[in-house]
Ligand binder design. Structure first.
Ligand code: ADP
Ligand code: MG
Length: 621
């Protein structure tokens, strides 16, 4: 028997340490080689890296570009200044600051701990509305937060000095502190990225409907990432403030936000390696261009002084990267040990046998779904039993996919009820339906394209609350079952078509469903692949105790697998029975063959199937 293996749980820890060591090495080298200026550059690099990683923890994993994190930086900078400054100094710079707020002369590390906790709180408060949004509207909301915090800090003159410089802040951020925090933030960001929350959030980033269908709640995960990154941002801001020694609210506004976001995007925000690489690259570029700004000679060529060369050159590089490598220079790859040093461990097979299966049936009561101007489902009632394969067929446009979307909560019903056992499903969000034990695949495959094949399956188990190491084991086994073990570490986006279909089925099975809804799983497969799939599906109910609803418009395929077939046409159930009975049903024959004749001016356009495909010519006559 061959051995099934899963990635070792220590892999992420080793990789995180490797990256932190690389950062420490780079900072140390710059400080050693370039002396005092080098030390200053390395310190700035460390602080920038902390700030960029605060952005990356949220943006990289959720896919939402945030501009708002400099707001947390500003909050952190002022807080830490108040907490660490001597009362005598504060009386000079901020005479009206309430005495309970400042002048405690706390040690910097204690102040940073307080800043972290308060940053988490500020992020929790602001994150509730942001986490509900996605895409561009979420980005704009983060910009709104930045503007609000800036306005408040500028207006609160008693607390901040307004737009006058707030000076006398202890310059506590030296090379050592910056290096220590940079390495700590690298570890934190890297471990978070590969934690169960980071993985599930990245799955939702790649495909939100598919993530929800596995049981993932993207809003809660986005909020979690936002809160963590808010705490990190506040600490990064405090470090920045203690490096500057004097600042105004304007120092934390758009210029800083755009600069940090640019560093993150140039390297690649999807990875911690990319974010760190981006900081190094942009800083090196700016340093280099600054030296050339005053003019230089290149052989016989005399290049004159060019003011603003660093900004000009950096902007050009950013534009070029966005144009040529939108995923960032480092793409989706984290710095990791070479393949031969990476360890995979054998997956134990004991204790992996499935429970004896569900006893709940799926019941549809007069399910109706109306779209504007079209009723896609009309009074559909059916009782779909556990522990066997039930077929759902019907010509294109009959409403099959709409029915799956209605059962799984993707589409709200117009009327009617869906119950699973004793539980009403039709009021639940898709992720809550998934958690009752219903899994699905999509007619147009939806994978987590930027995750690896094994991560695609692992997150599905994670979403059901399985611990990470067991989820990895389960994923390895599911992949082995569908013959994808050899492609475990490939990015899902790079898989060939047949493998993508099989991966989607493996992912659905990894949720250990009591019921599985397969929407045209054989579409686009060649005959051998279809036969293989049929063999696998036939054994599923017995092997896994799962009920199966198999949807296809290929009659022979469905009929070879099912003891019972429901036929849908134009949103209505027109037959329900054994394959033999259904094949003889005149209404079914009419629906499958007669529609060609009925394609006239009176026929509803949306119910008209495309020209007969090969499957349809196999239909019973
Ligand atoms: P099937 O899966 O049986 O081929 P569908 O369920 O995809 O059919 O579609 C049934 C009908 O509902 C079609 O006429 C389709 O155009 C329509 N439809 C499906 N989804 C939507 C939607 N989101 N908005 C409007 N019409 C839709
Ligand atoms: Mg469909």
């Amino acid at each position: 028997m061959h051995q099934v293996t899963a990635p070792s749980p220590f892999q992420t820890v080793t990789d995180a340490i490797l990256l932190a060591a690389a950062v420490a090495l780079l900072m140390g080298a710059v400080a050693l080689v370039f002396g005092l200026p080098g030390q200053r550059t390395a310190t700035l690099f460390g602080v920038n890296l902390c700030a960029v990683l605060a952005f990356q923890v949220f943006s990289g994993n959720s896919g939402i570009v945030s501009f708002g994190h400099t707001a947390f930086m500003a909050i952190g900078a002022y807080l830490s200044a108040w907490l660490t400054m001597p009362a005598s100094m504060l009386r000079v710079t901020l005479p009206n600051l309430p005495s309970w707020l400042g002048g405690h002369e706390l040690p910097v590390l204690v102040a940073l701990a307080a800043v972290f906790v308060l940053g988490l709180g500020a992020a929790l408060f602001s994150g509730v509305p942001v986490a509900r949004l996605n895409g561009a509207s979420a980005s704009i909301a983060t910009l709104g937060i930045l503007i609000i915090v800036y306005s408040v800090l500028s207006a609160a003159r008693d607390l901040t000095g307004g737009n006058r410089a707030f000076y006398g802040v202890p310059r506590a951020t030296g090379f050592g502190l910056a290096a220590a925090f940079a390495c700590g933030f690298v570890l934190l960001a890297r471990l978070y990225r590969d934690s169960r929350w980071g993985l599930m959030l990245r799955a939702a980033r790649d495909n939100e409907p598919a993530a929800r269908a596995c049981g993932i709640d993207p809003v809660r995960l986005r909020l979690g990432a936002w809160v963590l990154s808010g705490g990190m941002g506040a600490v990064a801001g405090a470090l920045y403030g203690h490096m500057l020694g004097a600042f105004t609210p304007r120092d934390f506004q758009f210029d800083l936000a755009f600069g940090l976001v640019a560093m993150m995007i140039v390297g690649g925000m999807g990875t911690v390696t990319g974010a760190a690489g981006g900081v190094a690259l942009i800083m090196a570029l700016q340093e280099g261009l600054q030296r050339l700004e005053t003019g230089f000679t290149l052989g016989p060529l005399q290049v004159p002084q060019v003011f603003g060369l660093p900004i000009l050159g950096t902007s050009l590089v950013i534009l070029l990267v966005l144009l040529l490598r939108p995923q960032g220079l480092f793409g989706d790859r984290e710095l990791t040990l070479p393949a031969r040093l990476r360890t995979r461990q054998a997956v134990g097979t004991e204790g992996m046998s499935r429970p004896a299966g569900g006893t709940r049936s799926l019941r549809l009561d007069a399910v109706t779904k109306a779209f504007a101007g079209l009723t896609a489902l009309r009074n559909v009632s059916a009782d779909i039993p556990p522990g066997r394969v039930t077929g759902l067929i019907g010509p294109n446009g009959a409403g099959k996919s709409t029915l799956v979307n209605a059962i799984t909560g993707q589409l709200p019903l117009s009327s009617g009820q869906v119950t699973f056992g004793t539980e009403r499903l039709d009021r639940l969000a898709p992720q809550d339906v998934a958690r009752t034990g219903i899994a699905r695949t999509f007619q147009n495959i939806r994978l987590f394209e930027r995750l690896s094949t094994e991560e695609n399956v692992t997150v599905a188990a994670l979403a059901q609350g399985v611990p990470l190491s067991r989820a990895r084991d389960r994923a390895a086994q599911e992949l082995d079952h569908v013959g994808l073990a050899g492609m475990a570490e490939r990015r899902a986006g790079s898989l060939p078509y047949g493998a993508r279909r099989r991966l989607e089925i493996a992912r659905a099975l990894a949720t250990d469903p009591a019921f599985l809804l397969l929407d045209e799983p054989a579409a686009g497969m060649n005959p051998e692949e279809t036969a293989d799939l049929a063999r696998r599906l036939r054994s599923l109910p017995a092997a896994r105790g799962a009920g199966l609803l198999l949807i296809d418009h290929d009659l022979p395929f469905v009929m070879s697998l099912c003891g019972r077939v429901i036929v849908l046409n134009r949103g209505e159930v027109i037959a329900d029975g054994t394959p033999e009975a259904v094949q003889r049903d005149p209404g079914v024959i009419e629906a499958y063959l007669g529609t060609r004749a009925s394609r006239g001016p009176t026929a509803r356009q949306e119910a008209t199937p495309p020209p007969p495909t090969e499957e349809m010519t196999h239909a019973p006559t």
